[in-house]
Design a protein around this ligand. Structure first.
Ligand SMILES: Nc1ncnc2c1ncn2[C@@H]1O[C@H](COP(=O)(O)OP(=O)(O)OP(=O)(O)O)[C@@H](O)[C@H]1O
Ligand SMILES: [Mg+2]
Length: 302
């Protein structure tokens, strides 16, 4: 599989506050590729930089440092056609779908923006790809279930036949009963050749549908590799901690939690240093990135 999207050394600094300035590196030196026809997932706890990465890829934010290339070209060198190639699905379809518009109008909108003809046929086709039929055309979002609303959002995302969908927490606002169906849809789209960047904090969803996963923590990519391998045999102590927070079938399977931060702790280039129970003396001075069996890990243990 060749690379569709390539993220290199991506950093994003946010400055907020009127009087007291607060600066946050939402991303720091993040690199990964999304291949053609794969589901690539970014996981990490709240505030780790997942949405920021998605927004840069959608060109909703500009990087402070680094570059993103789509099919070998800087994404900011594309014109409007970029929104045809890369589309988005957001967390809450209640917020992302205009309540005054009918399903037909919602899904038709990107076609109008790009001046595409034969719209009705394309809208119906997109709805079908999202698992809905023609009977939904005249309905409004308020008359739909959460799962159906998210399917409408996905129909809108595929109506221009994009090559990549950036899906930011597409299932977390939905009832459990709808989640599996929406995840299955991304697998179906992958079968049709559409890649997905699946942004989520749900490791079970990653294990179920993603081909590869990148683990973000405080804006840094700590581990990258095949999804099942990373989840079943995490290498980075932070990934091990994340996996340990997953519900287990029996208490004996529960992994030990990481050490609590001590009172005094020197600074470290590793963002997990203060909480890491496996930290080494040399973590204070630098962190090396190693490649093990198709996995990339930023940790001095390896
Ligand atoms: N527009 C902004 N202005 C200032 N700070 C921001 C802005 N957007 C994000 N941040 C900060 O950047 C960091 C990363 O945020 P981001 O939304 O990317 O995280 P996330 O991994 O998507 O979290 P969540 O799981 O809660 O959605 C956070 O510290 C956040 O407060
Ligand atoms: Mg987010």
């Amino acid at each position: 599989m060749s690379s569709l999207l390539s993220v290199r050394g991506l950093s994003k600094l946010f400055t907020s506050g009127l009087f007291v300035k607060r600066q946050v590196w939402a991303l720091k030196g993040v690199s990964f590729d999304i291949k053609e026809g794969e589901i690539f997932s970014l996981v990490g706890e709240s505030g780790s930089g997942k949405t920021t990465a998605g927004k840069v890829i959608l060109r909703l934010e500009k990087p402070t440092e680094g570059e993103v290339h789509f099919e070998g070209r800087d994404i900011f060198s594309y014109g409007r056609e970029y929104t045809r190639l890369v589309s988005a699905v957001f967390q809450d379809p209640r917020a992302s779908l205009n309540p005054r518009m009918k399903v037909y109008e919602i899904v038709e909108e990107p076609l109008l923006v790009h001046g595409v003809k034969d719209r009705r046929e394309r809208v119906i086709n997109a709805l079908k790809r999202a698992g809905l039929d023609e009977s939904f055309l005249e309905r409004k979002p308020e008359s739909l279930s959460g799962g159906q609303r998210q399917r409408v959002a996905i129909a809108r995302a595929v109506v221009l036949n994009p090559k990549l969908i950036v899906a930011d927490e597409p299932t977390s606002a939905l009832d459990m009963s709808y989640r599996a169906g929406i995840l299955e849809l991304f697998l179906k789209l992958r079968h049709e050749g559409i890649s997905t960047l699946l942004i989520t904090h749900d490791l079970r969803a990653v294990e179920r549908v993603a081909d590869r996963v990148g683990v973000l923590y405080r804006g840094r990519l700590l581990e990258l590799g095949p999804a099942k391998g990373v989840i079943n045999q995490p290498l980075h102590p932070y990934t091990q901690y994340l996996v340990s927070t997953l519900p287990v079938k029996h208490p004996s399977q529960r992994r030990e939690l990481v050490a609590k931060p001590e009172d005094y702790m020197p600074d470290s280039p590793c963002p997990f240093f203060h909480k890491c129970d496996k930290r080494l003396k040399d973590c204070e001075s630098g962190v090396k990135e190693v490649s093990i069996d198709g996995r990339i890990v930023s940790c001095n243990l390896y």
